[in-house]
Design a protein around this ligand. Structure first.
Ligand code: LLP
Length: 431
């Protein structure tokens, strides 16, 4: 099956002809919890966390998991218990992070449009820092600090104007993007920040984009960020951290060359900081990986409802849809598909469109995908669904939210129930 682009994973592999997540046959999960269902490998999450942790072992660091990738409480609490922090972008995410056990001093708040109430709530919860990326936002943060009669720790997110060479929807570090402050603007407001009794500049930050195929743009951006950090310190800032953003990639399977390992991204961070001469034992590195921690740890299990020929096209209609995994519809994203029953190595491949039941032509999982013969009733695993799957789900077409199952070795447990009909009209008022 090598020519159908399946990323290698020790966590999702065939055992005696049946696809397993760690040591649990996915078929048994499908029969217990039905489909569609998300299944996560706890060991894969731990392993991904360890590899980023090791890649940054050259300096004190905080891995602030971008919880927008997957905010399931069981996933969060697993990461929190390993010393991981959280990068949040809303108060909803803060509430999730706190509920799952992240200590507030390991939570940083990023995001381009924070409401005043959100800033107040974050300050009251005592999170580590608010990352500011707008002059008007800075005014609001300062006024909240004044109102609360204290100072607030902030980070300045700058836009280094570096091309991340990734999908345009997930590139964030170019001048034209809505994210961050341009460096000249950030520099011009330094005196104001440093003179304010209500603001403490504790970090500088950038995030150039997701799914970086090469560490080169990261190194370039970090050198720019590091030089900015140095100028902040020269002007009197007592910086506690440099936040280098996310972007650590994961393998979806269609990549022409395998991405460099986490260590290469760690090295790029070190080199960028070294060239700016800001690699110091008293400055912590913060990074905000999302998908690299959870993406390959998850699959979306689905069953083939029907197949049909339409003109020349062969359709495989499955019970998962854009409601569970919108990435193919939104970005044309590739997700590998594995039948739960291992195909024979010489199985003939047929090109099919794998589509969901939602009434949209854009509702597809894969187009023109070579797959071994797939029949009505077969079970499939859609790989790489641990990140931005459940978080971007919807109930469009009044579809229930799928269950989530966490596997640990040979045990599996339900970590979210499939939603019932009441969730469909929750909060609605009629009569
Ligand atoms: N930090 C910041 C400030 C971010 O905006 C993001 C992602 C991350 C960290 C984590 O990025 P990651 O390590 O997961 O690549 N829905 C899209 C991804 C949007 C990412 C938005 N920001 C997708 O499914 O690819």
């Amino acid at each position: 099956m090598s020519n159908i682009h399946i990323p290698e994973s020790p966590w999702f592999s065939y055992r005696d002809g049946a696809l397993a997540c760690d040591r649990v046959a996915l078929e048994s999960i499908a029969s217990e919890f039905d489909t569609p269902a998300f299944v996560y490998s706890g060991a894969a999450i731990d392993d991904a966390y360890r590899s980023i942790d090791e890649a940054l072992s050259f300096a004190p660091h905080l891995i602030a998991y971008a919880i927008k990738a997957n905010g399931n409480l069981a996933v969060l609490s697993r990461l929190a218990s390993q010393g991981c922090g959280a990068d949040i972008v809303s108060i909803g995410e803060m509430q999730r992070a706190l509920k799952a056990g992240f200590p507030p001093e390991r939570i940083i708040y990023s995001g381009v449009g924070k409401r005043r109430e959100e800033i107040v709530a974050a300050a009251q919860a005592g999170i580590r820092a608010l990352h500011v990326e707008n002059l008007q936002e800075l005014d609001v943060v300062e006024s909240v600090a004044l109102e609360l009669g204290r100072s607030l720790a902030i980070g300045l997110r700058v836009n280094p104007d570096v091309d991340a060479q990734t999908h345009p929807y997930i590139a964030t570090g170019l001048r034209e993007s809505k994210f961050g402050l341009s460096i000249p603007v950030a520099e011009s407001i330094l005196p104001r920040i440093l003179n304010s009794p209500h603001l403490e500049l504790e970090a500088v930050a950038c995030h150039i984009g997701s799914q970086l195929a090469s560490p080169k743009p990261l190194r370039e951006a970090i050198e720019i960020l590091g030089n900015f950090a140095k100028r902040c310190m020269e002007q009197g800032a007592r910086l506690r951290a440099i936040d280098v953003g996310g972007g650590w990639p994961m393998h979806y399977g269609q990549e022409e060359d395998p991405y460099p390992p986490a260590q290469a991204f760690g090295d790029a961070i070190r080199q960028g900081l070294e060239s700016a001469d800001v690699l110091r034992p008293d400055i912590e590195i913060i990074t905000e990986p999302g998908r690299a921690l959870v993406g390959d740890a998850g699959v979306l299990l689905t069953r083939v409802l029907y197949t049909k020929m339409q003109g020349e096209r062969r359709f495989v209609i499955v019970d998962a849809a854009m409601t569970e995994l919108i990435r193919p519809a939104l970005y044309g994203a590739y997700h590998a598909i594995m039948p739960l029953r291992e195909p024979s190595p010489d199985a003939e491949l047929v090109s099919v469109d794998v589509v969901g039941p939602v009434c949209e032509s854009g509702d597809f999982v894969a187009k023109d995908r070579p797959l071994p013969d797939v029949r009505q009733g077969d079970l499939l695993a859609i790989r790489g669904a641990g990140a931005y799957g459940r978080e971007m789900q919807s109930m469009y077409n009044a579809r229930p939210l799928p269950p989530e199952v966490l596997v640990d070795g040979s045990r599996s447990r339900l970590v979210r129930r499939r939603s019932g009909p009441e969730a469909l009209w929750q909060g609605e008022i009629f009569e």
